[in-house]
Design a protein around this ligand. Structure first.
Ligand SMILES: Cc1cc2nc3c(=O)[nH]c(=O)nc-3n(C[C@H](O)[C@H](O)[C@H](O)COP(=O)(O)OP(=O)(O)OC[C@H]3O[C@@H](n4cnc5c(N)ncnc54)[C@H](O)[C@@H]3O)c2cc1C
Ligand code: SF4
Length: 490
């Protein structure tokens, strides 16, 4: 342990973000790095617990607690404190293929279970991770390292999100020949066409990693959908093993009158089109919020990404609806440490809306009853939304159900409605065509641990196996599935 009393002497400090008023004028990342001195101090706050919960990656009450890839957090915190950056990055890369992604966008379940967090604000684990990997890139320590020997075996990865990329990286490092198939025109899954550029820069951060992977021998094939352009059987014919990492991209729809009107879009379609646009594509599907009253239906992180995107596009107003109640500002007795802390977050999109419009854009306990429309040039276009406030009450079967509060109906003006109500599971083309078995939640049926589907030599990992989740879980599954595939190939 570097500094025995560090956690008592130093306060938690995180790197200052770019101020909302400045950052809403561009699409650049808003997070900054620490100075090296500040990182050292924050590293010194780690107590190096005998049993560190932060790197345990446990499932408690259906929620992740600690780091799912089991990052060796106390070890690298100590190395930062001692200024041994090169050793710190070696430790970090032992468990995480892409700390530059998680260091930017992971919600950091590690920090929820940090022991310092019992009495004080947790150690800045995520910011430390970001600092280590960015220093390593800046120093030129991250260079392509192709495997010394090839095994003569090959694997196909279907889908290029974090699960597919982690599986590809691991399999390639083991010497297998890896080809990644992606149906989109760019590699990255939701890293490219979900998470907005201001959280994860596509050119500087994602492309930097993909270039290294290519130089290490991984082949990327875009605009090829398995199950449509190529069958799974054809793929099996050409490779010794296949891993399916196609994500859980089937969006939950809003079933209310007026849904079919022009101006109502799924969040990911909107975010994807915007990313294409800022990357320089002349895409006809681009949706602009400029001078529009925007309503985002869904109070989660995807909804927040829509709020921040609409603000940058120049929206006239932005409101965000959440059907659940507002979370408490502090941990409740039924949500103790080291569980994931279910407290109210004011995320970047809300911060920006507060700065620009003067209030938090979120409305809690609200339900959309109808999308109001008007006719323009023979088309039905969105003109507003009718909502009602609700309470959650138990019904006769003891299940919580939303109960409308009489007299709380409200009409909101709207020109653009974005549906960010979560995801229902993987799309079914490949599943149906190849005869893959599904679990009760419609994900591909494969046990965590062996990742085997009902078809010999075909594995599944990431959101396609577990449902929409987190980057860090996808990386974990990709790594572990690769280890199973390696055993299968050997
Ligand atoms: C808008 C948004 C923001 C998010 N923000 C965060 C965040 O800040 N932090 C975080 O931790 N998590 C975030 N998530 C969740 C996270 O992005 C996902 O859990 C993660 O990307 C899942 O990784 P994956 O590799 O399993 O699938 P995906 O990233 O979904 O990638 C799957 C890829 O497979 C491709 N594909 C599918 N079927 C086929 C086929 N048949 N043939 C070829 N290709 C195919 C798809 O086109 C896609 O590119 C966010 C999710 C969304 C929607
Ligand atoms: S990957 Fe996420 S959970 Fe793991 S150490 Fe980094 S921020 Fe924490």
């Amino acid at each position: 342990m570097g500094k025995a009393t560090g956690f008592m002497e130093y306060k938690r400090e995180v790197p200052k973000e770019r101020p909302p008023k400045e950052r809403i004028n561009d699409w650049l990342e808003f997070k900054n790095k620490f100075s090296e001195k500040a990182a050292k101090i924050q590293g010194a706050r780690c107590m190096e617990c005998g049993i560190p919960f932060c790197h345990s990656g446990l499932d408690i009450g259906g929620m992740v607690s600690g780091c799912p890839v089991n990052n060796l957090i106390p070890e690298w915190n100590d190395l930062i404190y001692k200024g041994k950056w090169e050793e710190a990055v070696k430790r970090l890369l032992k468990t995480n293929n892409f700390p530059e992604f998680t260091g930017r966008v992971c919600p950091a379940p590690c920090e929820g279970s940090c022991t310092v967090g019992l009495n004080d604000p947790a150690v800045t684990i995520k910011a430390n991770e970001y600092q280590i990997i960015e220093k390593a890139f800046a120093e030129g320590w991250i260079q392509p390292e192709p495997p010394e020997k090839r095994t003569g075996k090959s694997a196909a990865v279907v889908g290029s999100g974090p699960a597919g990329l982690a599986a590809a990286d691991q399999l390639n490092k083991l010497g297998h020949k890896v080809t990644v198939y992606e149906r989109q025109d760019r590699i990255g899954g939701l890293l490219v066409y979900g998470i907005p550029n201001m959280k994860l820069d596509k050119k500087k951060v994602l492309k930097r990693r993909l270039k290294i992977m290519e130089a290490e021998g991984i082949e990327f094939i875009t605009e090829t959908e398995i199950g449509k352009d190529l069958s799974l059987a054809e793929l099996q014919g050409g490779f010794d093993a296949v891993v399916l990492t196609g994500g859980a991209t089937k969006a939950r729809d809003l079933e209310v009158p007026g849904r079919e009107a022009d101006g109502v879009h799924f969040a990911v379609d909107y975010l994807k089109a915007n990313t294409k646009h800022i990357l320089g594509d002349q895409n006809e599907d681009y949706i602009s919020a400029q001078d529009k009253d925007v309503i985002v239906i869904g109070g989660g992180d995807t909804g927040t990404d829509c709020v921040a995107t609409a603000i940058r596009q120049g929206a006239k107003s932005v409101n965000q609806f959440e059907i659940m109640p507002k979370s408490p500002s502090e941990r409740q007795p039924d949500n103790p440490w080291p569980e994931w802390s279910k407290t109210l977050k004011v995320d970047y999109g809300q911060e920006e809306a507060i700065e620009l419009f003067g209030s938090d854009p979120r409305e809690f306990l609200i339900m959309t009853e109808e999308i109001l429309t008007e006719e323009a040039e023979g088309q039905k276009i969105v003109s507003g939304v009718k909502t009602v406030k609700i309470n959650w009450e138990r019904n006769d079967e003891n299940r919580f159900v939303p109960i409308e509060q009489p007299g709380t109906e409200k009409i909101w003006s709207a020109d653009l409605i974005l549906i960010a109500m979560g995801f229902l599971g993987p799309e079914e083309t490949i599943i149906e065509k190849a005869g893959l078995e599904q679990d009760q939640r419609s994900n591909i049926d494969a046990e965590y641990g062996d990742f085997k589907t009902n078809i010999d030599g075909v594995f599944a990992a990431g959101d396609m196996r577990r449902g929409q989740s987190l980057i860090v879980n996808a990386i974990d599954e990709g790594r572990k599935a690769a280890a199973e595939i390696d055993q299968y190939l050997s």
